[in-house]
Design a protein around this ligand. Structure first.
Ligand code: ZN
Length: 649
C-alpha cells in the first residue's frame, strides 16, 4: 500500500454498507453497490478501505488491460503476453465530468497518423479490470456514460467502436456508485441495474458519533500508526474474503430457500427476474461469508434487505425508505408460505461464528416505521400520467439531461467539424488527403497541418429550465377543471424530474402573480407547492407572464447555457390588466409578445372546456410564438412519442 488509508475494520457503524461491499467482494456476480446518502457520511472512505482488503492479483507484465497470466483474455489488444507480476487490486475512480474517451479509451491519433498504425489508448474500463470502479455522484453522470458503464459491468467486457476501429477487452470490476439523493435521483431503470443498494446516514447516537470522531482524529494525527493498529483486523477480513470466495461454489441453495426468494420477490412487486437472481447470489455469498455450507432463511433475509428496496415499481416521488414496511410484510408472507415445508435443523453451529465486531450478518431489527410516511402524500393531486416530452427546438449546449438536443461530450457521434470535442479520425484524414502531394509527403506517414484536424461533434440531450405559469383563477376552478390541471402539471413535473430539468412555478390568482417556486432542481419542492395551490379569484395573466419574463431573465444571467421552456397552463380568460384601465387580454398578449421577442420557447396548455369555446388560449399561443396543446391531448401519451411542441423564436 503506498499510503496508509483508513482501515476497513476501523469504520464505525455503516453495517449495511460494509456487508454489501464485502459480499460483492466475495461474489462479483452480485453486480455492485449503489450507496445513497447525505454528504459527509464517509461513503468514499469505506469504499476505498474495501479496495485495500482485496487480494493482490497476478497480471501479465506487458498488458495494459490487466490480463491474468494464467488465463489471458484471448481477444486482448496487447496479446500475446510474456512475463508476470503481482500488484494490489486497483480502485479506479470515474470523475463525474469524464468524457466517453476517458471511460472506454481512445485512439492515439498521433501514433495512428505518423506511424500509420491503429493505436488504442485504454480507458478507465481497462484500468478497473479485476478491481473496483468507483463513481462518486453517479446520479450526475451523463446518461450515455452510465449506459456504457453498466453494459460493461453486465457483460464483463468493454466494446469500443471508433472511427472504423473496433476493440474489445475484458472489463470485470466491482462497481460502486455513490449519490446524494438531494442532488437528483438516478433514473429508475439504472437503479435496477446495481446489484445492491444501501442507504447511509450519519449516526444519531452520541456514543457512536463520539467514537467516529475519536478514530478520525487518531487517524489524522498518525495515519501509519493508526493503520498499523488495525492491520491485523484488516488482514483477518482479507483472509476471510479469500476463504469465502473459495467456499462459494460449494454453498448449496436448498429448494425451500429458493422458493422463499421467489415468494419475497413476487410479493414485493419487482420488475422481471433479475431481483431473484441477485437475492440468490447475495444469499449464497452471505452463507459463504459466515462459513456456512448452505443458504438459510437468515441469509435470504439479509440479501433481500440489500437487494430489493430499490427494485420496487415506484413513482419517482415516493420516498425510498418507505418500502421497508412492504419488505417486512413480503418476508413475513414468504415465511408463512414456506412454513409447512420441512423444518430444517440449523445447519451452522456457532463454531463458525465470526467475531462480533465485523460480523456483517447481524440481522438488525427492521427500521422503525416512519409514521408520517403515508400522511404526507394525503394531499397529493390526481394520479399523474406519463407526460409527452415537450422539447425545445434546435441544439443547445446545456447541462446533461434528457430533454432537448444538445452538443455534448458524451452523446453519439454525429459528424466531423472544425469545432467539437474529440478528434474525428476519418474526417481529419479526409481533410489532409488532397494536400499530400503538394506538401511533399514521403513514406506512409501523413503530412498533417493543424487546420486539417476535424473534431467530433457529438449530440446528446441537455436538461432545461421548465418554468410553469399556472392559472389558478376562478374560471379555472370551475367544473373541477383544476383537478385535471394539477394532474397534468404533476405529470409534467414528474417528466421534468426524469429529464433532470430545473423547474419553477408562477401562479396566477387574485390581483397578482406569485413566483411560488423560484427555479430549482428539486421537483419535490414544486409538487409540494402545487399541492398548496389555492384556486379562485381573478386572472392576472399579463402580470403572470411579466413575472415569468423577469424570472427567466435572471436565470439567463445565472445559468446562461440552460435553455428555458415556458409552459403556460390557462384557459386564457384574463381579467386583470397590467395597468389600471388596461384591456386584460390585450395586455396579456403584449406580455406574451415580449417573451416571444426574448426568444423564449413556449407551450400553451389550453384548459378551456365546455361546449362554447372562446379560443383565447389560441390568441396567446400566437402572441407568444409557441405551440398550443389541449389539456386532454397532453394526457393522451401512451402512443404519442415525441412531440416537437415548442418552437424557438
Ligand atoms: Zn492482456
Amino acid at each position: 500500500m503506498p499510503e496508509a488509508g483508513y482501515p476497513f475494520s476501523a469504520v464505525v457503524g455503516h453495517d449495511d454498507l460494509r456487508t454489501a461491499l464485502l459480499l460483492n467482494a466475495v461474489h462479483p456476480g452480485i453486480g455492485g453497490v449503489l450507496v445513497r446518502g447525505e454528504k459527509g457520511t464517509a461513503k468514499s472512505t469505506v469504499v476505498r478501505a474495501l479496495a485495500a482488503l482485496l487480494p493482490a492479483i497476478a497480471v501479465a507484465a506487458d498488458c495494459r488491460f490487466s490480463c491474468d497470466p494464467d488465463a489471458p483474455d484471448p481477444r486482448c489488444p496487447d496479446a500475446p503476453h510474456a512475463g508476470r507480476t503481482e500488484r494490489p487490486a486497483r480502485l479506479v475512480e470515474l470523475p463525474v465530468g469524464a468524457g466517453e474517451d476517458r471511460l472506454v479509451g481512445s485512439l492515439d491519433l498521433e501514433r495512428a497518423l505518423r506511424e500509420g498504425v491503429r493505436a488504442f489508448q485504454p480507458g478507465l474500463l481497462a484500468a478497473a479490470h479485476r478491481g473496483v470502479l468507483y463513481v462518486d455522484e453517479v446520479n450526475l453522470l451523463h446518461d450515455h456514460l452510465v449506459d456504457l458503464l453498466l453494459d460493461a459491468a453486465a457483460m464483463g467486457r468493454a466494446h469500443i467502436e471508433r472511427e472504423g476501429v473496433s476493440v474489445s477487452h475484458a472489463s470485470a470490476f466491482l462497481l460502486v456508485g455513490t449519490m446524494n439523493p438531494e442532488e437528483g435521483e438516478l433514473r429508475p431503470q439504472l437503479l435496477d441495474r446495481f446489484g445492491l443498494t444501501v442507504e447511509v446516514r450519519a449516526a444519531r447516537d452520541v456514543d457512536t458519533r463520539a467514537e467516529v470522531i475519536r478514530r478520525r482524529l487518531a487517524y489524522e494525527a498518525d495515519p501509519v500508526g493508526f493503520a498499523g493498529a488495525w492491520a491485523d483486523a484488516d488482514a483477518e477480513l482479507a483472509a476471510r474474503i479469500v476463504a469465502a470466495r473459495a467456499a462459494l461454489p460449494g454453498v448449496a441453495l436448498p429448494d425451500a430457500e429458493l422458493r422463499r426468494i421467489a415468494a419475497v420477490c413476487a410479493a414485493f412487486d419487482v420488475d422481471g427476474m433479475r431481483a431473484d437472481l441477485v437475492v440468490a447470489r447475495t444469499a449464497a455469498a452471505h452463507a459463504a461469508w459466515r462459513g456456512g455450507d448452505r443458504v438459510t432463511e437468515a441469509d435470504v433475509e439479509v440479501a433481500a434487505r440489500l437487494a430489493l428496496p430499490h427494485r420496487r415499481r415506484r413513482d419517482p416521488f415516493d420516498e425510498p425508505g418507505l418500502d421497508d414496511k412492504q419488505l417486512d410484510q413480503a418476508l413475513r408472507d414468504a415465511a408463512e408460505a414456506e412454513g409447512d415445508g420441512e423444518p430444517e435443523p440449523d445447519p451452522d453451529p456457532p463454531a463458525s461464528a465470526p467475531t462480533p465486531d465485523d460480523s456483517p450478518q447481524e440481522t438488525k431489527a427492521p427500521p422503525a416505521p416512519q409514521g408520517d410516511g403515508d400522511g404526507k402524500r394525503a394531499g397529493a393531486p390526481d394520479a399523474a400520467f406519463k407526460a409527452r416530452r415537450l422539447e425545445i427546438a434546435g441544439v443547445g449546449e446545456g447541462a446533461p439531461g434528457r430533454r432537448s438536443r444538445a452538443r455534448s461530450g458524451g452523446g453519439r457521434t454525429l459528424r466531423a467539424a472544425s469545432r467539437g470535442t474529440g478528434v474525428h479520425l476519418v474526417g481529419t484524414v479526409t481533410a489532409a488527403a488532397p494536400h499530400q502531394r503538394a506538401r511533399g509527403r514521403h513514406g506512409t506517414a501523413l503530412e498533417l497541418r493543424p487546420d486539417d484536424v476535424r473534431r467530433t461533434v457529438r449530440e446528446g440531450r441537455e436538461s432545461n429550465l421548465v418554468l410553469f405559469v399556472v392559472d389558478a383563477s376562478g374560471s379555472m376552478a370551475a367544473r373541477k377543471r383544476m383537478t385535471a390541471v394539477t394532474g397534468a402539471v404533476v405529470s409534467l413535473l414528474r417528466d421534468a424530474y426524469q429529464r433532470r430539468d430545473k423547474v419553477g412555478l408562477v401562479t396566477l390568482r387574485g390581483s397578482g402573480a406569485t413566483l411560488a417556486l423560484p427555479p430549482t432542481s428539486s421537483v419535490e419542492a414544486a409538487v409540494a407547492r402545487l399541492r398548496d395551490l389555492r384556486t379562485g379569484g381573478r386572472t392576472p395573466l399579463a402580470d403572470g407572464l411579466l413575472t415569468a419574463r423577469r424570472t427567466l431573465a435572471a436565470e439567463r444571467l445565472r445559468d446562461p447555457r440552460r435553455r428555458a421552456l415556458l409552459v403556460l397552463v390557462t384557459d386564457g380568460r384574463a381579467t386583470v390588466p397590467a395597468r389600471p384601465g388596461g384591456d386584460p387580454l390585450a395586455d396579456a398578449e403584449r406580455a406574451a409578445a415580449l417573451l416571444a421577442g426574448d426568444g423564449v420557447a413556449a407551450v400553451v396548455v389550453d384548459c378551456e372546456g365546455g361546449p362554447v369555446r372562446l379560443g383565447l388560449a389560441d390568441r396567446l399561443t400566437t402572441a407568444i410564438g409557441g405551440t398550443g396543446v389541449r389539456l386532454a391531448d397532453l394526457s393522451a401519451d401512451a402512443v404519442a412519442g415525441v412531440v416537437r411542441a415548442a418552437r424557438a423564436a
